[in-house]
Design a binder for this molecule. Structure first.
Ligand SMILES: Nc1ncnc2c1ncn2[C@@H]1O[C@H](COP(=O)(O)OP(=O)(O)OP(=O)(O)O)[C@@H](O)[C@H]1O
Ligand SMILES: [Mg+2]
Length: 252
């Protein structure tokens, strides 16, 4: 049985989808059997960001009881596996979110790691991501509104007895308008899994519909995601990045 890791934030637009895509890509490159599920049903972005906006079978078909979960698994050309949600509002109407736990359970039988990209906020969609998680990874920016929402998310996750692995602080500019990392740790009382800098290579990677760990493996953002993925996998970060990972990616 696989393990489900939900990537969630509270605040919108902080970098959840970018983080989920890059962590999934790192696991795939490290030959782990991982799949990334888009549980942001109202505004799904995973397939869009990986160049497959329209696919014949989506998670919505599975939740509508029309298809099996294995029929909704797609492989990006890099090898990263994804389960997309539909962009269509009509498909959303027929989607029965009550069926999500069963779909995730079925996916756990097929994969070692199921990564969930969550919706913003703490409404029903985000709560479903938490409910279906074994482990939770919080994404925030180094700004008070994002950190406050991250704290609420952590409290909710803990009330639900979920294991909060730690926090990714992303889009970090290192200027005097940001909270310091020690303040973020003090406020959230969770370890920081990694700090991802503001890096234009991330936006470039979205333009070419791939993860930055593939398009610019030597960039600062890519290197951070490599170390974060290693920590989530419980492996030595430097080893994971230098030996298994970026040397191979670089030759790709
Ligand atoms: N490290 C980074 N450097 C520069 N830009 C970034 C970085 N991470 C994310 N971005 C940009 O920030 C924007 C928001 O990122 P993303 O879509 O991952 O956020 P999100 O939390 O998933 O948003 P939503 O809550 O809407 O789902 C994207 O347009 C992306 O280009
Ligand atoms: Mg998103």
């Amino acid at each position: 049985m696989g393990r489900v890791i939900s990537i969630i934030s509270g605040k919108g637009g902080v970098g959840k989808t970018v983080s989920a895509i890059n962590i999934a890509a790192c696991f795939n490159r490290a030959k782990k059997n991982a799949v990334l599920v888009d549980c942001n049903f109202t505004t799904p972005n995973v397939a869009l960001s990986l160049g497959s906006p329209i696919v014949p079978v989506t998670l919505n078909h599975v939740l509508a009881g029309k298809k099996k979960i294995y029929e909704a698994v797609y492989k990006h050309y890099s090898g990263t596996k994804i389960v997309p949600s539909s962009l269509s509002l009509k498909a959303l109407k027929n989607t029965n979110l009550e069926n999500l736990p069963r779909a995730i359970r079925d996916l756990k039988k097929l994969s070692d790691i199921v990564i969930i990209d969550s919706a913003a906020g703490l409404g029903r969609e985000a709560m479903l991501s938490l409910e279906n998680a074994d482990d939770v990874v919080i994404v925030t920016n180094a700004e008070m509104p994002a950190v406050t929402d991250a704290l609420k998310t952590i409290k909710l996750a803990e009330q639900m007895n979920k294991n909060v692995l730690g926090v990714i602080v992303t889009r970090v500019r290192n200027d005097n308008k940001e909270l310091k990392m020690e303040n973020i740790v003090n406020l959230l009382e969770k370890p920081i899994l990694g700090i991802v800098p503001e890096d234009d290579h991330v936006r470039e990677s979205i333009m070419v519909r791939d993860a930055v760990v593939h398009t610019k493996p030597r960039s600062k953002a890519a290197q951070s995601y490599g170390r974060i993925a290693a920590k989530i996998a419980g492996e030595d970060a430097e080893d994971f990045v230098s030996k298994n990972f970026f040397s191979r990616l670089f030759r790709r």
